[in-house]
Write a protein that binds this ligand. Structure first.
Ligand SMILES: Nc1ncnc2c1ncn2[C@@H]1O[C@H](COP(=O)(O)OP(=O)(O)OP(=O)(O)O)[C@@H](O)[C@H]1O
Ligand SMILES: [Mg+2]
Length: 496
């Protein structure tokens, strides 16, 4: 560890950094360029191999010798067998060696150039030292990671000067990560812009099982699975895209998982989930009384599911799915057990007392959602909760602690951002609708979330509608799960 960081400590002093850039002539940076080049697939392999094989053909037909004689350099041509072998090896590997030397020279000059730019971006500590260059490597086709020493600067200094840094480096910065373990700052950047809109219509039917699309970074599309992140919080101030996000999640999961069932609770009078009304396998609750009625059925479903898993010796729904798939049950006709998703738009309304919801009702709701987020993963019951107000009064802290995935749109102040993300990052998200931060574990990634408008959802769900007037008459569509829909046992919502 000490050995690994030794050169970093030296680099944090710009004078040493300058001296060390002289190492460009040494072996270490050269080897490092090769190592990183190969590790991150940076060298233009096909071009280098093409040049190398052309040289091989020249050697085979002694064209190299002819060329040397023609240029009056024939006396350099090796006559000793060992010298000749070394000469051939050197010629064949020369494209790769040249590439390594080129990289070394570039990184050495980059180091000096970077110092000026960091100075322009105000990244100077009290001792007038600058963060020093460690490496600049590609992580995918259009994103690179620039590693710098921190030079005793707090991460805040880097994030506050992000705009300056972008302008002096002429790049777009996706993310600045404090790599505490290595004592470095990792800057993810690229040369393109983040997409300002990400239409989902063309992709929605091909997302894959148990998954939905989180969004696009400049370089890649991020897809998440409910298996990895079973429960989600969608936070952000008004009009940045929370409902749009939850709607596209429900639509994507619905279309790609014919055995899923949904309870959509929309406490703004049912407007946000209007598009899911009269749809098979989806129940929409449009007010607090309906919502409480539906949620009260959840513990019963938990019991049924637990019983089924216990009977079949499965520790969770995944083990149960495997059991069905592998037909290990010796001819036993196992019930299919689809996942159940509870989506709530403006969850704060569920946790606040009102004329229609007594303190007792609210406590019951809290307990149920808490149970869902604690035990739901194993039983295939998931929660996606959206809120404008992520504070402790509006969102139960225990429930919040169990939401492993977070999508956070712009928030008005550091306090709310810290509540959601653990730092003030959500206050400086660009003012673009659909622009958000994805938090999974400690990682924060800026994304443009997908958009699927109501007309598009209507088109996609057209084949799954049921006639609201004739209960039970359903069009052809996906198979319903055999586990009872809990909403059928007393829920007061819009039953489908
Ligand atoms: N991912 C997106 N890409 C582009 N535009 C978007 C996106 N998400 C939302 N919008 C636009 O922003 C508008 C508001 O979005 P939405 O209703 O989802 O916001 P919200 O956060 O739920 O607001 P509120 O808290 O007031 O309910 C949408 O009508 C749409 O035009
Ligand atoms: Mg909304």
């Amino acid at each position: 560890m000490i050995e690994k960081n030794r050169h970093l400590d030296l680099f944090s002093n710009i004078k040493w950094g300058d001296k060390l850039s002289g190492l460009g002539n040494g072996l270490w940076p050269f080897t490092k360029s090769f190592y990183y080049g190969y590790r991150y697939n940076d060298p233009p392999y096909s071009l280098l191999l093409l040049i190398s094989s052309s040289i091989g053909i020249c050697i085979l037909f002694h064209l190299d010798r002819a060329l040397m004689i023609l240029s009056h350099l024939g006396f350099f041509y090796p006559k000793n067998v060992w010298l000749y072998a070394g000469y051939r090896l050197l010629l064949l590997s020369s494209p790769f060696l040249s590439w390594g030397i080129f990289q070394t020279v570039i990184s050495s000059s980059r180091r000096k150039d970077l110092a000026t730019r960091l100075y322009d971006a105000n990244l100077v500590n009290r001792r007038n030292q600058l963060p020093a260059y460690i490496s600049d490597l590609p992580i995918d086709s259009s994103t690179r990671i620039l590693k710098l020493t921190k030079a005793s600067l707090p991460l805040k200094t880097f994030t506050e000067n992000k705009d300056r840094l972008e302008s002096t480096l002429q790049v777009t910065i996706d993310q600045i990560i404090d790599n505490k373990e290595r004592g470095t700052v990792d800057i993810l950047y690229g040369f393109g812009e983040m997409p300002k809109i990400f239409p989902l219509m063309e992709r929605v039917n091909a997302v894959g099982r148990d998954s939905f699309i989180i969004g696009k970074t400049r370089a890649q599309e991020i897809v998440c699975s409910l298996k990895e992140n079973p429960h989600w919080l969608v936070a952000g101030q008004s009009l940045f895209g929370k409902s749009t996000f939850v709607n596209q999640c429900v639509a994507t999961l619905y279309l790609n998982n014919p055995d899923y069932e949904f309870l959509c609770i929309d406490l703004k009078g049912g407007i946000e989930f209007e598009v899911f009304k009269n749809t098979k396998r989806i129940t929409v609750a449009g007010n607090i009384e309906e919502a409480i009625g539906e949620l009260e059925q959840i513990p019963l479903m938990f019991e049924e599911r637990m019983e089924l898993l216990r009977e079949n010796g499965c520790k969770d729904i995944e083990a149960y799915e495997d059991l069905i798939k592998n037909k290990k049950a010796d001819g036993k006709n196992l019930k299919k057990l689809g996942r159940f998703v509870i989506a709530v738009d403006e969850v704060a309304e569920l946790f606040l007392t009102s004329e229609k919801a007594t303190g007792q009702d609210i406590q019951k709701t809290r307990d149920i959602l808490s149970q869902v987020t604690r035990q739901g993963r194993a039983l295939g019951v998931h929660a996606i909760l959206a809120t404008q107000r992520p504070d402790a009064r509006a969102l139960d802290t225990q429930v919040k602690a169990n939401l492993s995935g977070i999508i956070c749109y712009q928030l008005p102040n550091d306090a709310s951002s810290i509540l959601v993300l653990g730092n003030g990052r959500a206050t400086d998200i660009t003012n673009i609708r659909g622009r958000a931060i994805l938090k999974r574990g400690p990682d924060l990634v800026e994304v443009q979330t997908p958009i699927l408008n109501r007309d598009e959802i209507n088109t996609l769900l057209a084949d799954y509608r049921i006639d609201a007037n004739s209960k039970g008459s359903e069009k052809d569509g996906p198979v319903l799960p055999t586990i009872n829909n809990p909403t059928s046992k007393g829920g007061k919502g819009t039953k489908k």
